[in-house]
Design a binder for this molecule. Structure first.
Ligand SMILES: O=C(O)C1=C[C@@H](OP(=O)(O)O)[C@@H](O)[C@H](O)C1
Ligand SMILES: C=C(OP(=O)(O)O)C(=O)O
Length: 409
């Protein structure tokens, strides 16, 4: 599906939108529910990634295809490795077979797991024969993906002896690790994270509890982008959000303050308001703790015509696509002066945005959604716009409620 997007007729935006649960919290909660079936989940994500996670957890023998879902791939690897009697082949999209799992597989093998690579060493597809894992201690590199660590932490309480992880190197995406530990705490599982060591105690059962998933902050980023590019006085209310979030991407409220967007919390909602039209000459942000909002921020800065220097982007090359290359190509198409390295992005101020360019999305939901707010400044096409369903199936519908004119072309 190719969409044509043009500006809302009223550039003073005003809307209220309900976003479904965080896909990160949902996929963790689903795994915990598989281990402790008396847990309940509310405000679950309606994303493809949560859907494949749920379906994957229901399988005990045969093929599990998690499509593009990184969390499902990594979390299910740990899950199946520790489930005695289950035997599956875990695979995904073409891109998933290029996203590494070696660090996780090595750690699980140290703990006693039986995992075999079916194609390339270090990458899916993998064949997993579930076993009882009794080893307690393992060290693993922490600078590639926090999902490996979360995978181990999620199964840790179900292991006879719990787990002690020693994290090696600079820890990336730390809030996602803290999110996992916070969810374990919420269901009464004792854990600690001190220095480079994480410990999780074993627990055979937990008390009845409903895990209420907060709505997705990464999805909220596209409304931050829209408000920043719209007129002063614009206002969008998003539900259901908390002031103290488990999601690292809630740092958006801080970052977008510098771009004239004020966030207020109340009644399980956030209200984003464009309060001033002042903007800095350059926005500098380190994103090692919030990699998923890099695309949104880069596009907002381009739309505002300001310079931008983003660092801590070393994980972007192994996500749904090489996001640094994709940003370079697509922003250049629109006339941006941009350069990228393996971990940084620099954008110079632009005076002009080319009209009616077709943005390629590379099977990456965030490419489609990050570029969409730019329609406030110029008309554009988004190729393969259905990719948004990976995390936010209702995105185009919700964007329409802001007044964006969206037609299929
Ligand atoms: O644990 C999670 O839910 C996630 C962790 C992050 O990945 P990395 O740790 O690989 O950066 C993030 O990019 C991804 O969207 C979700
Ligand atoms: C990187 C992402 O997802 P995953 O790694 O779970 O595929 C994302 O949603 O931006």
């Amino acid at each position: 599906m190719k969409l044509h997007l043009s500006r809302p007729s009223d550039l003073r935006l005003n809307a209220s939108i309900a976003i479904t649960g965080s896909k990160s919290e949902s996929n963790r909660s689903l795994l915990l529910k598989a281990l402790y079936p008396n847990l309940m989940i509310s405000n679950m994500s309606n994303s493809d990634d949560a859907d494949v996670m749920q379906k994957g957890l229901a399988v005990s023998h045969g093929l599990v295809d998690i499509h593009h879902a990184g969390t499902a791939m990594r979390f299910l690897t740990g899950y199946f490795a520790s489930q005695e009697g289950k035997e599956v082949t875990l695979t995904g999209s073409q891109r998933m077979t290029e996203r590494p799992v070696k660090v996780l597989v090595d750690a699980l093998r140290t703990l006693g797991a039986d995992i075999e690579y079916l194609k390339d060493e270090g990458y899916p597809p993998i064949k997993i024969k579930g076993r009882k894992l009794t080893e307690r201690e393992v060290s693993l590199p922490a600078n590639i993906s926090s999902q490996y660590i979360s995978s181990l932490l999620l199964i840790a309480p179900s292991l006879e002896n719990g787990l002690e992880l020693e994290l090696i190197g600079k820890i990336t995406s730390v809030p996602y690790i803290r999110m996992t530990l916070a969810l374990l705490s919420e269901i009464g599982i004792v854990n600690s994270f001190e220095g480079n060591t994480i410990q999780v105690m074993s627990k055979t059962s937990v008390a009845d509890k409903t895990l209420t998933v907060e709505s997705d902050w990464s999805s909220a980023s596209y409304f931050y982008g829209s408000i920043a590019l719209a007129e002063v006085g614009s206002e969008i209310t998003l539900s259901a959000y908390k002031e103290s979030s488990l999601q690292g991407d809630s740092v958006l409220a801080e970052i977008y303050k510098d771009l004239g967007v004020e966030t207020t919390f109340g009644n399980d909602r956030i209200t984003l308001r464009k309060t001033v039209d002042e903007r800095p000459e350059i926005l500098k942000v380190a994103l090692h703790n919030a990699p998923d909002i890099a695309q949104t921020i880069a596009v907002t800065c381009f739309g505002l015509g300001i310079a931008c220097h983003l660092t801590g982007l070393h994980t972007l090359k192994i996500k749904e696509t090489d996001r640094l290359e994709a940003l370079h190509t697509e922003l250049s198409k629109l006339g941006a002066d941009i350069s990228v390295t393996d971990a940084e992005l620099r954008l110079s101020p632009s005076q002009e945005i080319r009209q009616n360019m077709a943005i390629d999305t590379y099977n990456d939901h965030r490419m489609a959604m990050a570029f969409a707010p730019l329609a406030i400044k110029t008309s554009l096409f988004v190729n393969d716009a259905g990719v948004v369903s990976k995390s936010y199936p209702d995105f185009w519908k919700d964007l329409k409620t802001l007044g964006f004119q969206i037609t299929e072309s």
